[in-house]
Design a binder for this molecule. Structure first.
Ligand code: PGA
Length: 337
């Protein structure tokens, strides 16, 4: 569902979507697994099916391991669960090592009590001429199931969600797409070499994903930090598909500290208007400014501080001359033999 954007939402914070940051991928994955388990149980109580949109790749592996644990140790049943996977390579045998059909069986479906009839994954085995009707059927099955209650997403380094590569329309539906070269390179580790990575894939569209009632995008590790910043803080654009999630009304990014490292609240917290000026923070801000302006620390002026967004620091600590000296001494004292 798309949200109505009010200008106030966008000026309150650098972050244009809700973000939850966990110390590491394990705690983040456990929290998301708990949310899924709660949703399944809540639907069970009301005798309803729970429709989950699922992702593959390295990102959700720990989440699935935790769901399997909850099934085994806490007796969570998946009997009322219907699943739709985001994507699959094309062409690929369902049993191939790299197939997302196989991935889902080995990481989740073989270990829980889901009814196999309730599992939906795009089929990489069908004939090319049947793909179009397969995609139409996939959309229809999602609609017939009542829509996706909760969609889980990873994110590619180029911002893709599912296999919706940059440039995918916000209205796109399930379809055959050509994989970006960057995606083929990123996924080459799953294959013997890059030439074996399929050039095509079937993916749910961005429009399909956007119709989900709730969306959680997960990202772990420093490699994802730049694209996480772009998706969360910059204007939404079809060039960074994950940034389009900003216009969904119930979405959350769940990331670890490493993937959050480029967000302004970490990288330049003084710009968020909510920063405690410890010596360490002062040093970080002043050194960043000096590097950006390509000036020696001792040459920074009051107007440099104001223009770089550090007027708060000026007010709190006196003038630029005093702060420059203090930071200079800190830098000098950190030099060792
Ligand atoms: P990853 O891939 O989980 O292997 O990082 C995510 C994606 O490409 O969507």
């Amino acid at each position: 569902m798309l949200k109505k954007v009010s200008p106030v939402d966008l000026t309150d914070s650098f972050e244009k979507v809700p973000v939850k940051i966990y110390p590491d991928l394990t705690t983040g994955s456990i929290a998301v697994a708990r949310e899924i388990a709660d949703l399944i149980r809540e639907k069970q109580k009301r005798k309803l099916t729970c429709v989950l949109g699922l992702a593959t790749g390295s990102t959700p592996k720990t989440l699935y391991a935790e769901l399997v644990r909850i099934h085994k140790e806490e007796k969570l049943s998946f009997k009322n669960v219907v699943t739709f996977n985001l994507d699959e390579y094309y062409p690929i045998d369902n049993d191939a090592l790299q197939s997302y059909n196989r991935f889902m069986r080995s990481h989740l479906f073989d270990h829980i009590d889901i009814n196999p009839k309730n599992i939906n994954i795009p089929n990489g085995e069908i004939k090319k001429e049947d793909i179009k009707s397969h995609c139409i059927q996939y959309e229809k099955r999602i609609a017939d199931a009542g829509g996706i209650d909760l969609q889980i997403l990873g994110i590619g380094n180029n911002g893709h969600i599912g296999f919706n590569e940059p440039g995918s329309s916000v209205h796109s539906k399930t379809r055959l797409i050509t994989l970006d070269n960057s995606t083929r390179i990123a996924n080459a580790y799953e294959f013997a070499n890059i030439s074996q990575v399929p050039r095509l894939a079937i993916t749910m569209g961005i429009g399909t994903i956007m119709k989900s009632k709730k969306i959680i995008l997960m990202a772990w590790g420093p490699g994802k930090a730049p694209v996480i910043k772009k998706s969360i803080e910059e204007d939404h654009t079809e060039q960074v598909p994950a940034s389009l999630l900003q216009i969904h009304d119930d979405v959350k990014f769940v990331v670890d500290e490493a993937a959050a490292a480029e967000l302004t609240r970490y990288k330049s917290p003084w710009l968020t208007g909510d920063c405690e000026w410890t010596p360490k923070m002062m040093k970080k801000a002043v050194v960043n400014m000096a590097l950006k302006l390509k000036k020696p620390v001792l040459s920074l002026t009051n107007s440099d501080y104001n223009e770089y967004g550090l007027s708060d620091l000026l007010v709190e600590k006196g003038d630029a001359y005093q702060i420059n000296l203090q930071v200079y001494y800190m830098l000098r004292d950190s030099i060792t033999g």
